[in-house]
Design a protein around this ligand. Sequence first.
Ligand code: R5P
Length: 302
Amino acid sequence: MNKILIVGPASQILGVKIANELGIDVLNTETKTFPDGETYIRINIEDETLIQGKEVIIVQSTGPNASGNQNSRLFELFMMIDAVKRIGASKIVIVSPYLAYARQDKIFRPGESPFANVVMSFINSLGIDEFYTVDVHAPTIMQLCSCKVVNIDSMKLLADYIKSLGAEDLVVISPDKGAIERSQAFAKHFGDNIPVDCFEKKRDVNTGEISMSGTLSLKSKDVVIADDIIATGGTMATAIKLSKESGARKVYAVATHALMLGQAKFRILKAGADYIIGTDSIDNEMAKVSLAKTIADYLKFD
Ligand code: R5P
Protein backbone atom coordinates (compact mmCIF):
# COMPACT_ATOMS: atom_id res chain seq x y z
CA MET A 1 0.00 0.00 0.00
CA ASN A 2 1.48 3.32 -1.02
CA LYS A 3 -0.58 5.49 1.33
CA ILE A 4 -0.53 5.64 5.08
CA LEU A 5 -2.48 7.79 7.54
CA ILE A 6 -1.13 9.27 10.76
CA VAL A 7 -3.66 10.11 13.45
CA GLY A 8 -2.74 13.16 15.50
CA PRO A 9 -3.70 13.39 19.19
CA ALA A 10 -6.59 15.78 18.47
CA SER A 11 -8.30 13.61 15.85
CA GLN A 12 -8.04 10.06 17.09
CA ILE A 13 -11.58 9.01 16.16
CA LEU A 14 -11.95 11.01 12.95
CA GLY A 15 -8.50 9.93 11.74
CA VAL A 16 -9.23 6.21 12.18
CA LYS A 17 -12.62 6.62 10.48
CA ILE A 18 -10.99 8.32 7.47
CA ALA A 19 -8.38 5.54 7.24
CA ASN A 20 -11.16 2.93 7.34
CA GLU A 21 -13.05 4.75 4.58
CA LEU A 22 -9.88 4.79 2.47
CA GLY A 23 -8.96 1.22 3.38
CA ILE A 24 -5.39 2.20 4.34
CA ASP A 25 -3.17 1.53 7.34
CA VAL A 26 -3.14 3.94 10.23
CA LEU A 27 -0.34 4.94 12.57
CA ASN A 28 -0.85 6.56 15.95
CA THR A 29 1.26 9.15 17.75
CA GLU A 30 2.70 9.46 21.21
CA THR A 31 2.74 12.84 22.89
CA LYS A 32 3.72 14.49 26.14
CA THR A 33 4.61 17.86 27.57
CA PHE A 34 8.13 18.28 28.90
CA PRO A 35 8.55 19.72 32.41
CA ASP A 36 9.47 23.11 30.89
CA GLY A 37 6.22 23.15 28.92
CA GLU A 38 7.57 22.15 25.50
CA THR A 39 5.51 19.87 23.29
CA TYR A 40 6.83 16.43 22.35
CA ILE A 41 5.37 14.13 19.74
CA ARG A 42 6.58 11.06 17.88
CA ILE A 43 4.93 8.87 15.33
CA ASN A 44 4.43 5.50 16.91
CA ILE A 45 6.79 3.42 14.73
CA GLU A 46 10.05 1.58 15.24
CA ASP A 47 10.72 1.22 11.51
CA GLU A 48 10.79 4.43 9.45
CA THR A 49 10.49 2.52 6.16
CA LEU A 50 6.75 2.37 6.96
CA ILE A 51 6.73 6.06 5.94
CA GLN A 52 9.67 6.35 3.51
CA GLY A 53 8.56 6.90 -0.07
CA LYS A 54 4.86 6.83 0.88
CA GLU A 55 2.05 9.31 0.51
CA VAL A 56 1.35 10.31 4.11
CA ILE A 57 -1.96 11.77 5.26
CA ILE A 58 -1.80 13.51 8.65
CA VAL A 59 -5.13 14.12 10.39
CA GLN A 60 -4.94 16.67 13.19
CA SER A 61 -7.54 19.26 14.12
CA THR A 62 -6.11 22.23 15.97
CA GLY A 63 -8.95 23.17 18.28
CA PRO A 64 -8.72 23.22 22.05
CA ASN A 65 -10.13 20.32 24.04
CA ALA A 66 -9.66 18.60 27.38
CA SER A 67 -6.23 17.23 26.46
CA GLY A 68 -4.63 20.23 24.82
CA ASN A 69 -4.97 23.80 23.73
CA GLN A 70 -4.66 25.07 20.18
CA ASN A 71 -1.02 26.11 20.56
CA SER A 72 0.06 22.60 21.50
CA ARG A 73 -2.19 21.19 18.75
CA LEU A 74 -0.51 23.41 16.18
CA PHE A 75 2.97 22.51 17.42
CA GLU A 76 2.08 18.81 17.27
CA LEU A 77 0.98 19.33 13.67
CA PHE A 78 4.16 21.23 12.73
CA MET A 79 6.32 18.52 14.34
CA MET A 80 4.47 15.65 12.63
CA ILE A 81 4.94 17.34 9.25
CA ASP A 82 8.62 17.90 9.96
CA ALA A 83 9.10 14.28 11.03
CA VAL A 84 7.52 12.75 7.92
CA LYS A 85 9.42 15.20 5.73
CA ARG A 86 12.72 14.17 7.33
CA ILE A 87 11.86 10.49 6.99
CA GLY A 88 11.21 10.94 3.28
CA ALA A 89 7.47 10.77 2.60
CA SER A 90 6.82 11.11 -1.14
CA LYS A 91 3.77 13.31 -0.59
CA ILE A 92 2.42 15.04 2.52
CA VAL A 93 -1.32 15.63 2.80
CA ILE A 94 -2.67 17.53 5.80
CA VAL A 95 -6.24 17.24 7.02
CA SER A 96 -6.87 19.84 9.71
CA PRO A 97 -10.66 20.21 9.95
CA TYR A 98 -10.51 23.05 12.49
CA LEU A 99 -7.78 25.58 11.85
CA ALA A 100 -6.77 27.47 14.97
CA TYR A 101 -6.37 31.26 14.83
CA ALA A 102 -8.58 31.55 11.72
CA ARG A 103 -10.73 34.12 13.55
CA GLN A 104 -7.69 36.38 13.92
CA ASP A 105 -7.58 37.28 10.26
CA LYS A 106 -8.19 41.02 10.56
CA ILE A 107 -6.93 43.97 12.53
CA PHE A 108 -9.64 45.18 14.90
CA ARG A 109 -7.46 47.36 17.15
CA PRO A 110 -4.13 49.10 16.63
CA GLY A 111 -1.14 46.94 17.45
CA GLU A 112 -2.70 43.58 16.62
CA SER A 113 -1.35 40.78 14.40
CA PRO A 114 -3.54 39.12 11.75
CA PHE A 115 -2.01 35.88 12.95
CA ALA A 116 -4.25 33.59 10.86
CA ASN A 117 -2.05 34.53 7.91
CA VAL A 118 1.12 33.53 9.76
CA VAL A 119 -0.31 30.15 10.76
CA MET A 120 -1.38 29.38 7.20
CA SER A 121 1.90 30.58 5.67
CA PHE A 122 3.96 28.65 8.19
CA ILE A 123 2.14 25.37 7.50
CA ASN A 124 2.67 25.96 3.79
CA SER A 125 6.38 26.69 4.34
CA LEU A 126 6.92 23.26 5.89
CA GLY A 127 6.72 21.75 2.42
CA ILE A 128 3.33 20.06 2.34
CA ASP A 129 1.62 19.01 -0.89
CA GLU A 130 -2.06 19.35 0.00
CA PHE A 131 -4.05 20.97 2.78
CA TYR A 132 -7.69 20.17 3.62
CA THR A 133 -9.77 22.00 6.18
CA VAL A 134 -13.49 22.39 6.87
CA ASP A 135 -15.58 25.58 6.92
CA VAL A 136 -12.56 27.70 7.75
CA HIS A 137 -13.58 30.99 9.37
CA ALA A 138 -11.58 33.15 6.94
CA PRO A 139 -11.31 31.34 3.58
CA THR A 140 -9.13 34.13 2.16
CA ILE A 141 -6.16 32.96 4.25
CA MET A 142 -6.00 29.83 2.11
CA GLN A 143 -4.72 31.94 -0.78
CA LEU A 144 -1.43 32.08 1.15
CA CYS A 145 -0.77 28.42 0.36
CA SER A 146 1.16 27.54 -2.74
CA CYS A 147 0.10 23.91 -2.48
CA LYS A 148 -3.36 22.51 -3.25
CA VAL A 149 -5.87 23.70 -0.62
CA VAL A 150 -9.47 22.62 -0.13
CA ASN A 151 -12.04 24.14 2.22
CA ILE A 152 -14.65 21.40 2.64
CA ASP A 153 -18.27 22.41 3.20
CA SER A 154 -20.05 20.56 6.01
CA MET A 155 -23.45 22.18 5.50
CA LYS A 156 -25.13 19.32 3.65
CA LEU A 157 -24.01 16.80 6.27
CA LEU A 158 -25.36 18.97 9.09
CA ALA A 159 -28.64 19.64 7.26
CA ASP A 160 -29.16 15.92 6.58
CA TYR A 161 -28.68 15.17 10.25
CA ILE A 162 -31.16 17.86 11.32
CA LYS A 163 -33.71 16.54 8.82
CA SER A 164 -33.28 13.05 10.29
CA LEU A 165 -34.33 14.46 13.67
CA GLY A 166 -37.70 15.43 12.19
CA ALA A 167 -37.31 19.20 12.03
CA GLU A 168 -40.21 20.85 10.22
CA ASP A 169 -41.60 24.25 9.33
CA LEU A 170 -38.07 25.59 9.47
CA VAL A 171 -36.51 29.01 9.67
CA VAL A 172 -32.72 29.33 9.47
CA ILE A 173 -31.27 32.08 11.63
CA SER A 174 -27.88 33.51 10.81
CA PRO A 175 -25.85 34.46 13.91
CA ASP A 176 -24.91 37.75 12.28
CA LYS A 177 -25.29 39.69 9.05
CA GLY A 178 -21.80 38.72 7.90
CA ALA A 179 -22.82 35.05 7.88
CA ILE A 180 -26.11 35.50 6.05
CA GLU A 181 -24.88 34.23 2.68
CA ARG A 182 -23.56 31.10 4.33
CA SER A 183 -26.92 30.65 6.11
CA GLN A 184 -28.77 31.09 2.81
CA ALA A 185 -26.63 28.37 1.24
CA PHE A 186 -27.26 26.21 4.31
CA ALA A 187 -31.06 26.77 4.09
CA LYS A 188 -31.08 25.48 0.49
CA HIS A 189 -30.19 22.02 1.80
CA PHE A 190 -33.60 21.94 3.53
CA GLY A 191 -35.62 22.98 0.47
CA ASP A 192 -36.17 25.84 -1.93
CA ASN A 193 -38.16 28.32 0.11
CA ILE A 194 -36.77 28.08 3.61
CA PRO A 195 -36.70 31.58 5.14
CA VAL A 196 -33.41 32.96 6.43
CA ASP A 197 -33.27 35.79 8.93
CA CYS A 198 -30.93 37.28 11.51
CA PHE A 199 -30.85 39.33 14.67
CA GLU A 200 -28.70 42.43 15.04
CA LYS A 201 -25.35 41.35 16.57
CA LYS A 202 -22.63 43.64 17.86
CA ARG A 203 -19.35 42.66 19.49
CA ASP A 204 -17.40 45.14 21.58
CA VAL A 205 -13.86 44.90 20.14
CA ASN A 206 -12.34 45.87 23.48
CA THR A 207 -14.18 43.47 25.80
CA GLY A 208 -15.37 40.81 23.32
CA GLU A 209 -18.87 41.29 24.82
CA ILE A 210 -21.74 40.39 22.47
CA SER A 211 -25.02 42.20 22.26
CA MET A 212 -27.88 41.10 20.04
CA SER A 213 -31.32 42.50 19.58
CA GLY A 214 -34.47 42.23 17.51
CA THR A 215 -37.70 40.28 17.18
CA LEU A 216 -38.47 37.92 14.33
CA SER A 217 -41.61 36.18 13.27
CA LEU A 218 -40.89 32.66 14.51
CA LYS A 219 -44.19 31.58 16.10
CA SER A 220 -44.43 27.75 16.08
CA LYS A 221 -41.41 27.46 13.80
CA ASP A 222 -38.51 25.07 14.22
CA VAL A 223 -35.42 27.26 14.21
CA VAL A 224 -31.95 26.23 13.08
CA ILE A 225 -29.20 28.58 14.20
CA ALA A 226 -26.07 27.72 12.28
CA ASP A 227 -22.61 29.13 12.92
CA ASP A 228 -19.14 28.03 11.89
CA ILE A 229 -17.87 28.01 15.49
CA ILE A 230 -19.35 27.78 18.97
CA ALA A 231 -16.63 28.96 21.33
CA THR A 232 -17.92 30.38 24.64
CA GLY A 233 -21.50 29.88 23.44
CA GLY A 234 -22.32 33.57 23.92
CA THR A 235 -23.42 34.19 20.33
CA MET A 236 -25.49 31.03 20.15
CA ALA A 237 -27.12 31.42 23.57
CA THR A 238 -28.16 34.99 22.81
CA ALA A 239 -29.62 34.04 19.42
CA ILE A 240 -31.50 31.14 21.02
CA LYS A 241 -32.94 33.37 23.75
CA LEU A 242 -34.18 35.89 21.19
CA SER A 243 -35.58 33.08 19.01
CA LYS A 244 -37.52 31.68 21.95
CA GLU A 245 -38.81 35.16 22.82
CA SER A 246 -39.91 35.43 19.18
CA GLY A 247 -42.02 32.26 19.53
CA ALA A 248 -39.70 29.51 18.23
CA ARG A 249 -40.82 25.95 18.94
CA LYS A 250 -37.73 23.72 18.70
CA VAL A 251 -34.27 25.21 18.43
CA TYR A 252 -31.35 23.41 16.81
CA ALA A 253 -27.99 24.98 17.73
CA VAL A 254 -25.59 23.95 15.00
CA ALA A 255 -21.90 24.57 14.37
CA THR A 256 -19.24 22.90 12.26
CA HIS A 257 -16.76 23.39 15.08
CA ALA A 258 -18.40 23.12 18.49
CA LEU A 259 -15.46 24.00 20.74
CA MET A 260 -17.77 24.30 23.76
CA LEU A 261 -15.44 26.33 25.97
CA GLY A 262 -16.16 26.81 29.66
CA GLN A 263 -19.88 27.06 30.34
CA ALA A 264 -20.93 26.97 26.66
CA LYS A 265 -23.08 23.86 26.96
CA PHE A 266 -24.88 25.15 30.05
CA ARG A 267 -25.46 28.58 28.47
CA ILE A 268 -26.88 27.14 25.26
CA LEU A 269 -29.15 24.63 26.96
CA LYS A 270 -30.31 27.19 29.52
CA ALA A 271 -31.18 29.58 26.70
CA GLY A 272 -33.56 26.93 25.36
CA ALA A 273 -31.77 24.78 22.74
CA ASP A 274 -33.33 21.40 22.11
CA TYR A 275 -30.26 20.10 20.30
CA ILE A 276 -26.58 21.08 20.09
CA ILE A 277 -25.03 19.63 16.97
CA GLY A 278 -21.42 19.73 15.84
CA THR A 279 -19.11 17.67 13.64
CA ASP A 280 -16.20 15.48 14.65
CA SER A 281 -13.80 18.23 13.64
CA ILE A 282 -13.77 18.62 17.42
CA ASP A 283 -13.68 15.37 19.33
CA ASN A 284 -16.34 15.95 22.00
CA GLU A 285 -19.89 14.90 22.81
CA MET A 286 -21.40 17.42 20.37
CA ALA A 287 -19.81 15.57 17.43
CA LYS A 288 -23.06 14.14 16.10
CA VAL A 289 -22.05 14.39 12.45
CA SER A 290 -18.95 12.69 11.08
CA LEU A 291 -16.87 14.34 8.39
CA ALA A 292 -14.98 11.11 7.71
CA LYS A 293 -16.70 9.96 4.52
CA THR A 294 -16.77 13.41 2.95
CA ILE A 295 -13.08 13.99 3.69
CA ALA A 296 -12.19 10.50 2.46
CA ASP A 297 -14.08 11.15 -0.79
CA TYR A 298 -11.93 14.26 -1.40
CA LEU A 299 -8.76 12.29 -0.64
CA LYS A 300 -9.78 9.48 -2.98
CA PHE A 301 -10.20 11.80 -5.92
CA ASP A 302 -7.22 14.07 -5.42
C1 R5P B 1 -17.58 34.76 14.85
O1 R5P B 1 -17.39 35.49 13.89
C2 R5P B 1 -17.84 33.29 14.71
O2 R5P B 1 -18.44 33.00 13.49
C3 R5P B 1 -18.70 32.77 15.86
O3 R5P B 1 -19.95 33.44 15.84
C4 R5P B 1 -18.02 33.04 17.17
O4 R5P B 1 -16.71 32.56 17.11
C5 R5P B 1 -18.75 32.38 18.30
O5 R5P B 1 -18.06 32.66 19.48
P1 R5P B 1 -18.77 32.55 20.89
O6 R5P B 1 -19.34 31.16 20.98
O7 R5P B 1 -17.69 32.79 21.88
O8 R5P B 1 -19.82 33.60 20.94
